[in-house]
Design a protein around this ligand. Structure first.
Ligand code: TPP
Ligand code: MG
Length: 382
């Protein structure tokens, strides 16, 4: 067995089965041992070069778009204008900084939590709204976009991403596939199979593991004895990176490096973004039933959007006026997209089978026929 030299001497050796100890060990791991470029007060940590001003402003714009969607998502749900919605407010840096490292030629495999990532790569807001209205218009992807519909079954997107990455490799492109998963999802077999498969076949994959502290009501510390999920990469012989998931400059930095590695044919990377689900699991959840203020403590002060805002203002890259103009632009864009989504025609029942495969399988054809029969319709008059 090899032992990492960089392991701090203070790391407690094999933890006893004790919840308080677990919580302390998790807090220790959480606090340090992760890459960070700007501290919660917006100052540079000096750990590395910051992206150029233009890129910092672009990341800020994308985080504002994501936050606006998240805030409006709540309101629209309450008004009965969305069917369901899993909020991601507080996780914008984890999603925007990672997705911003891709180009439109790359693949993105998001979970239900990752609307912010999908919007960053170019998913139209109207499509995202349609998805959360459970309308097939929401999973009819624009031709030029390789963003998969939000995955609801936990972890299944990981092996799919490996498949897409291997297909790109076989075609001789240098495109990559990026897949998202949660801390809970990383306990599933699909996660481990995908990492092993990708490592063995050097698939150009970037695996984003968003550790937001909770899998519905189960805290990360109860899901696993592991306190540093990025180390799971070691088991598959691939690099694992742990990054402050509330620092968008840091998530962007490490993801760009991973994407470049994959493009150079050096295989996959696992990136654990350490963040927090400050919001309920979905709009239908009540987290006060299973977590306390003590669990949530400190996370508001680490807000990723306000952190970059403070940084940009301190650097003179953002002013009160330019911020106001940006917020107005973001709000106008959203309202225009909402109008577009409202104008989508109501779907027919058989449309639920559309946009799944390029060509429908015989089974899908049969199911479609069955639905049409039940409605007293046939292909001709459907
Ligand atoms: C295969 C499968 N099992 C169980 C569920 C039910 N489920 C939905 S969300 C969730 C928790 C996932 O937690 P995590 O992976 O940490 O993601 P987060 O919700 O925190 O983003 C579970 C168990 C599911 N959707 N799919
Ligand atoms: Mg989680």
């Amino acid at each position: 067995m090899t032992r990492s030299k960089s392991k701090p001497k203070t790391t407690p050796a094999p933890p006893p089965p004790d919840a308080a100890f677990d919580a302390a060990a998790a807090a220790y791991e959480q606090a340090g041992n992760m890459f960070q470029l700007i501290a919660p007060d917006g100052t540079s940590t000096g750990a590395g070069e910051l992206p150029n001003p233009e890129t910092r402003l672009r990341l800020y714009h994308e985080m504002r778009r994501a936050r606006h969607f998240d805030e409006r998502g709540w309101v629209l749900y309450r008004q009965g204008r969305l069917g369901v919605f899993p909020p991601f407010g507080g996780m914008e840096a984890s999603q925007v900084g990672t997705a911003a490292a891709l180009t439109a030629d790359d693949w993105l495999f998001p979970t239900y939590r990752d609307t912010g990532a999908a919007l960053t790569l170019g998913l139209p807001i109207a499509r995202a709204l349609a998805y959360w209205r459970t309308s097939p218009h929401g999973w009819a992807m624009p031709e030029n976009l390789k963003v998969l519909p939000f995955y609801i079954p936990i972890a299944t997107q990981y092996p799919h991403a490996v498949g897409a990455a291997l297909a790109e490799k076989r075609k001789g492109t240098n495109n990559v596939a990026m897949a998202y998963i949660g801390d809970g999802g990383s306990s599933e077999g699909d996660f481990h199979e995908a990492l092993n498969f990708a490592g063995a076949l050097e698939a150009p994959c970037v695996f984003i593991l968003q550790n937001n502290g909770w899998a519905i009501s189960v805290p990360t510390r109860s899901q696993t004895r592991a306190t540093n999920l990025s180390k799971r990469a070691e088991g598959y012989g691939i690099p694992g990176v742990r990054v402050d998931g509330n620092d968008v400059l840091a998530t962007y930095h490490v993801t760009r490096e991973a994407v470049e590695r994959a493009r150079r044919g050096e295989g996959p990377t696992l990136i654990e973004t350490v963040t927090y689900r400050v919001k309920p699991h979905t709009v239908a959840d009540d987290p006060s039933r299973y977590r306390t203020d003590a669990d949530n403590e400190g996370w508001d002060a680490k807000d990723p959007v306000l952190r970059l805002q403070t940084h940009l203002m301190n650097e003179g890259l953002l002013t009160g006026d330019s911020e106001a103009a940006l917020l107005e632009e973001v709000a106008d864009e959203f309202e225009a997209a909402l109008k577009e989504a409202d104008a989508y025609p109501d779907p027919e029942p058989a449309e639920i089978l559309d946009h799944v495969f390029a060509e429908p399988t015989p089974q899908l054809r049969r199911q479609r026929e069955q639905i049409l029969n039940e409605q007293g319709l046939s292909e001709e008059n459907a």
